[in-house]
Design a protein around this ligand. Sequence first.
Ligand code: NAD
Length: 415
Amino acid sequence: MPFPAEKGLHAGRRAGTFAHHMIVAPKIRGFICTTAHPQGCARHVAEQIAVVKNRGPIVGGPKKVLVIGSSTGYGLASRIAAAFGSQAATLGVFFERPGTQDRTATAGWYNTAAFEAEARAAGLYARSINGDAYSHEIKAQVIEAIKADLGQVDCVIYSLASPRRIHPVTGQTFTSVLKPVGEPFTNKNLNTGNGEVREVTIAPASEEDIAQTITVMGGEDWEMWIEALSNAGVLAGGTRTVAYSYIGPELTWPIYKDGTIGRAKADLERAQKALDAKLSPINGKAWISVNKALVTQASSAIPVVPLYISLLYKVMKARGSHEDCIEQMDRLFRDRFRNPDPDEAGRIRLDDWEMDPEVQTTVQRHWEDVTTENFPALSDFEGYQTSFLRLFGFGLDGVDYTAETNPEVGIPSLG
Ligand code: NAD
């Protein structure tokens, strides 16, 4: 058996079978980490649960919640806030890879394994479905699960972030891109690997790029979900559905709000209005929640945004107004469901503290001044990197990263 030592792998007998254990370290490739730590992800989930529990029970929140994109980032935080704040039964949908003998699972897999274990220990229903949320098949599986276990749901969170979508009707594969629209965009950009700040020019998207990005990240799939759930009779009276968006400051607009992703988010807002009308007979309501810029697997891939986030974190932490995904989603479930306080376009604004004029004035000034040399002083690069590693379960307190661990961890409801 013994595997080559350099693979950091060896086999040992566990309960009569060979369980393979390995030391798991981060392996960063560009803007992703290709490994994840099972116990670290579990700690990360436990810390998020503690944030919600420390704020006490959420009164009047939803009780049966479907979260589409529930394994990482804003979707995972939504699931945790619903379950541990509002004592909700949760059904989660995601696309994650389990671990094998010699390869770790994706972080979302370990997050979900830990979430389900904690939910069950707290006496909360939790079931998960792993597969392509864009497909008819996964929608049908979710409807079957709701019928069998919950009857109906009263809240549907839509939190997908994906680079591609296979269209369920045509079978065509669409790819989303992060590009400006119309003109090339030149601005400062951070190399998150080495802390260098350099100018970058991003060529504008083609019409085809724009159309494909809208198909992947726009509102059509959200509408398909609500249509399918509604037709199956599994939406309770008063159901709320919420999809997440971002606006941000003007300096990021060419790449975000006015770029290809922004076009897709505009389409999400179109869908919100259509869904609002569709849900009104059952007193339901569709919302767009504009959330804060945060380090997630999805946001790490956007040019220019990681530099903005590094500068933003510094300012918001100094003011004591910094939040991570869990504090944002706790605020959504705890406060905004009762008092949405919508903006002129009818959106929930959880980016209110980010967009505070004092915060933005300082960030803008730092943006103009920032160079590779003064970047460590002007930014919270350490916070950026720490947050990034935590997404994959690295750098958490109470985890022995020198110990060997079994990469094969089961999600209870997936058998
Ligand atoms: P994320 O990458 O952490 O999460 C994406 C989720 O989608 C994961 O659970 C993943 O498994 C799931 N997923 C992706 N493709 C799937 C598929 N085909 N089938 C099933 N599940 C699939 O991303 P995030 O940053 O939490 O983004 C979630 C939403 O929040 C997005 O709409 C994003 O635009 C929005 N948002 C993000 C930020 C930010 O700064 N990160 C800010 C505001 C809004």
